[in-house]
Design a protein around this ligand. Structure first.
Ligand code: NAI
Ligand code: MG
Length: 361
């Protein structure tokens, strides 16, 4: 089993170091190879996604990714910015299905900005299509407008685009995930989120969801407009089971959902392609505001490593062990700054990683 380890910049290097430590504490045979990505790769090679890093990622069974980005690179041309590395990896590896479980750990119920009764026991799954939509749609650009409200003035445009096969494959992913969750006791329902009252792409999205849904008669399907979904996520988040949506709506809704659970520092993610190869990363970014201080929460990355074991490396038992160890450190009252509350014990990034390793044993 070969794992490509791409820490990136900002807190990326700090949190990935802890996840690697946890992986090494399992008695499994991995080959782990580290490479530069994002701003770190730009500094060394003049490009955020060097050919050698991409090659390593393609050859590996799975990629463990930290985070990329820093305000100091904002002046660079877009293709050279660190964030292009993660977009490039998604595109080159065909990582079209992004899984973001939003789980509220019992010990962190008080850390959420929502009332405890709304989020206690929360366990929902957001599935975001990751390689289509307005983030990749062509044409895009800037030009002088020849029509519209202000002809003759500068304008910019992007293209929201989805093809039928792109929607079909993410629909299958969502229904199959709902089926797995149903077997484990969930309701077995997919909520498809779109904006079909306004957008053509959304109308096709909804039509295809309905068609594919006919193949999964054991799973319920409902539809929700994205603006309503944004409200329902804070009003009654537990009413969702699996939420599936496009790239841009999913970007926003999954960040919103992350806040229900207390801290974005707790949320792992998996991005999968059709060959079960995946990239696993925390849902948060490189947090330049706290980078280098040793206070970042490494649990999202450690939980991403658990998803990696389960999704791409066929090591479900080892994934269970990591998740149990994370629960155990929370039960012990250990907290990084982002999840700290009175009466708990504040620990550093490194101490949190060490505690998870200790709990594994
Ligand atoms: P962010 O997720 O990096 O940070 C948002 C807030 O959450 C900050 O206050 C940060 O300190 C805090 N935070 C994030 N992760 C944390 C952790 N593990 N422990 C404790 N606190 C944590 O998002 P932001 O600030 O919008 O973006 C910062 C940079 O990251 C930008 O350059 C952005 O483009 C990039 N980014 C990269 C992503 C990726 O690598 N996949 C995803 C999102 C943003
Ligand atoms: Mg985001």
């Amino acid at each position: 089993m070969k794992i490509a380890v791409l820490p990136g910049d900002g807190i990326g290097t700090e949190i990935v170091a802890e996840a690697v430590k946890v992986l090494q504490a399992l008695d499994l045979k991995f080959e782990m190879e580290t490479a530069l990505v994002g701003g770190a790769a730009y500094e060394a090679h003049g490009h955020p996604l060097p050919e050698s890093t991409l090659k390593l990622a393609k050859e590996a069974d799975a990629v463990l990714f930290g985070a990329v980005g820093d305000w100091k690179y904002d002046k660079l041309d877009r293709p050279l910015r660190p964030e292009q590395a993660i977009l490039g990896l998604r595109k080159h590896l065909g990582l079209f299905a992004n899984f973001r479980p939003a789980i509220c750990y019992e010990q962190l119920v008080g850390a959420s900005s929502l009332k405890p009764e709304l989020i206690a026991g929360l366990d929902i799954l957001i599935i975001r299509e990751l390689t289509g939509d307005i983030y990749f749609g062509q044409p895009r650009g800037r030009r002088i407008a020849t029509d519209g409200h202000f002809p003759g003035s500068e304008e910019a445009f992007d293209t929201m685009r989805y093809s039928r096969p792109e929607i079909e494959r993410i629909a299958h992913v969502a229904f199959q995930a709902a089926r797995k969750r149903k077997a484990a006791g969930s309701e077995g329902r997919v909520t498809s989120v779109d904006k079909n009252n306004v957008l053509e792409t959304s109308q096709l999205w909804k039509d295809v969801m309905v068609e594919i849904g006919l193949q999964y008669t054991d799973i319920a399907l409902d539809h929700m407009l994205v603006d309503n979904a944004a409200m329902q996520l804070v009003k009654a988040p537990k009413k969702f089971d699996v939420l599936v949506t496009g790239n841009m709506f999913g970007d926003i809704l999954s960040d919103e959902a992350s806040m229900l659970t207390g801290s974005i520092g707790m949320l792992p993610s998996a991005s999968m392609n059709a060959n079960n190869q995946g990239l696993f990363e925390p849902s948060h970014g490189s947090a330049p505001d706290i980078a280098g201080k040793g206070i970042a929460n490494p649990l999202a990355t450690i939980l991403s490593a658990a998803m990696m074991l389960r999704f791409s490396l066929n090591q479900g038992a080892a994934a269970d062990r990591i998740e149990a160890a994370v629960k155990s450190v929370l039960e012990q009252g250990l907290r990084t700054a982002d999840i700290y509350s009175a009466g708990t014990t504040r620990v550093s990034t490194l101490e949190m990683g060490d505690a998870v390793v200790k709990a594994l044993k």
